[in-house]
Design a protein. Sequence first.
Lengths: 118, 412, 478
Amino acid sequence: MTKEIICTVCPTGCTIHVEGENKTITKIEGFSCPRGKLYAENEFISPVRILTSTAKVKNAKTPLVAVRSKTPIPKDKLFDCMEEIKKLELTAPVKRGDVLISDVCGTGVNIIASGEAF
Amino acid sequence: MYKIDCDVCVVGGGPAGLAAAISAKQNGAENVLIVERDEALGGILQQCIHPGFGLKLFNEELTGPEYYGRFVIVAKELGVKTLLNSMVLEVGEESVICINSEHGVCEISAKSIILAMGCRERTRANIMIPGTRPAGVYTAGTAQRLINRQNEMVGKKVVILGSGDIGMIMARRMTLEGAKVEAVVEIMDYLAGLTRNRVQCLDDFGIPLLLSHTVVNIKGNDRVESVVIAEVDENKKPIMSTAREIECDTLLLSVGLIPENELTGKANIEISPVTKGPKVNQYMQTSIKSIFACGNVVHVNDLVDNVSAESKKAGAAAALYAQKKLKSKAAITVETGENVRYVCPQTVIPADEKVDLYFRVMKPQKNVIITVTDGDNTLLTRKAIKVNPGEMEKATVSVKDISSLKVSVKEA
Amino acid sequence: MKADVLVIGAGAVGTAITRELTKYRLNVICVDKREDVGGDCSKSNSAIIHTGYDAKPGSLESELVVAANPQYDKLTADLDIPFKRIGAILPAITDEQFAQLPEIKEKALKNRVYDVQYLSKEQILAIEPNINPEVKGGLFIPRESIIDPFIYVVAMAENAVANGAKFMLNTEVTGIRKDGDRVIGAETTNGYIEADYIVNAAGLFCDEIANMVGKFDYTVVPRKGQFYILDKNTGCKVNHIVLPIPTKITKGKLMTPTIDGNMLVGPTAEDLPDKYDKSTTTEGLDSIRADVQKLIPGVMLQDTITQFSGLRPNRNPEGLNIDVYDDVKHYVNLSGVRSTGLTNSISVGAYVANLLREIGLKMEFKDDFIEKRKGIVCIRELSREEQHKKILENPLYGNIVCRCESVTEGEIVDAIHSPIPATTVDAIKRRLRAGMGRCQGGFCGPKVIEILARELKVDPKEIRKNNSKSYMVCGKVK
């Protein structure tokens, strides 16, 4: 498998070419700094993203409260996690940092409130 | 009329206003008041639920609500006062008039004023897209508000014009919520927003980015039924032989932001024709000495961290002004050299201090040398691998005893 | 449902006829297929109250327009309609145009427009410095005026309602019933309306109504007009309606202030087959630029806040016609009420009332006709003291929803609950200007949807921009 990865570590945006299978990298080129190399390796082996969305909240001034994954989760789990977030029916007050779903979709990551509702 | 007295009055409670108010307090202003039109503080960050904020300032990746949340806590601790649900109608040298449901017309007198109203989105008319005028044409920020604050989905099949950050972020947001984003169309031959957003908002979800393309027609009498897109030539003129129709129910526009300059203009503050915001010096002081300005109302930033940094300066200077401690001296105009569209601040008062010059280039360029000169005297040279109009650059120089200032970007 | 007179079409003309008939002891119903009054031609035009100086002398159109113009001072004062007599200037830029001036003045005299004056180059540039300095001289037509066309129709309709008329919107006429050689009622999408007399004021669709009574003597040929609206702060403005000297082919493109202080530039004149095609085109917009620059070289079209197009309901064969027929009794047919329709609507109303009397309608004057109508309070136009008082009376007047035009929640709620209720985003916009400013609803749009849904007690997904298919949002995110 080969991947062209655009580095997002700094504004330069190097295109880094990575070859390998599953979690083994056989060839990597096009990076111009060690941070970029590390980024591309991670992107190749197990890309992760912070997921942000909103959740329904009752008895609050606003219909929604902003939520996020506390830390990045595997990219291929984004839509599964969205389904779980969709099921949330919160009741005010919700405080910033409240854990709303623990270990979402077996990722070991919590979904927390990033906004507030009261 | 309802009368309020304060030392520093901050117009707008978004990231700029919050940072400015905090800084004014910290620099000795006793009575600091934020006037905010929304029902809560935070400004546009309330709807910016995505991550990417605070990387510079806090060295961690925060969402919009988390970012402003930190400022709100500090502001409260310091005793910054707020007047919510209040729209400012007029700004004078030492007065601000706003209206508010509870108090009616409020006349605020202040020793100094900080403008922090942010910016607004450019519309369909600004870029003159012909076609019908159906429902379903939204600016990206308007759609973002409807989706993230009002819980209303704007459409299911979407084309986005403009590769600005909000447009790309909305592409991801709508995709995650079940919409199909058919394409992001960009008239320039380069990305308008940050590369990180291209990767995480478009590439991650297989959303096509069509550079050197634009929307040439909108169809549908009632709701958007389709848009016609076409490639553009080097003069940005559509090549009609390349036109193709994309069926969709929504067109989102992410075609740029303009400082909210109505109040600024009405107050007869000098406005820069390039940034469309007030001209300021390094203290973020406008052509009216008692009025300061910061954040996107001055020039549109791409990182909120920069807004906070700049607003901190405005807050400090406004506090000093209110205490009659800000010295006023003749300023020199910062010149824009090769490939520099604008520099903010536009003027600098020579002083024994370092000044951050924020600037944007006119066109993308690789392997460049950024220089700041005072006549024949070079104050700074710095290499950059790449510069891009979408990403603001900064040059920090000492401005002691300078007689001129010029920022240039040249090929290395 | 039963009416003495059924008026089909609630545009400027239909509404004026309806209002005129409420001066008599009559049961009048006005139907329109759209969701709001003035929803078609009457909303998309140059918003000028003409004098008729350039009409065809001796024509019905000339008679009606010339008679209409002087009535607007009292009418707009009575009904609280924004109106200004700013006057029009016709600058002659070329020698050829200069030579045409006497002919134009002569024609004005024939139309009994006696107050047209010559202006010298210096006079023109003194009052209108942005006009092309090549100007040789020109004409001044003092009574050419500007009006708020949306409020005009709304005010006329509201005044008609106050005097007992009934408006049925979202009601499309699908057929007309006859008994022998007279009409007796109309089938509509809201049921059958029995009517002693029927007036066809359906504008763009008047030929389709005529067909329903068996008349096929003309067809509507929509003539599209594209316009630009420029920001109030644009750097190049005019103080008068600046009209080009007409050529044999076209009346040309003008630039004028609107009643709210924006600049209106246009229109094109394109004959089209499609009554629904209100799109703007690059060619059309470019042609406006090219033409208007000849008059006002410094015009700044980059300051545009919107572009729109409207359709004039021209007809083939051409001409304004108001017809009654021997073989279709109890029926009045209007057609070819084109660009002068907004102006002449007021005199068309009286003309049609007379015709109805002539064809047998019994008309008894009411002595309790209400002549005045008050519009929704406009908070932005009040003094600070008055604003303060208003807000203390009703806190909703203290909540500004549209920042560009300073429209408050209180005004929006008033419009939703007014005699002709504003139930769509566009209806709010036309009555109050919310969304008509430079951000074009970017800021207030979501709030207007919220307020409409709350006041009408429906889900936001039921809220429309204008007609039934123009939904704004499509359901909840979560």
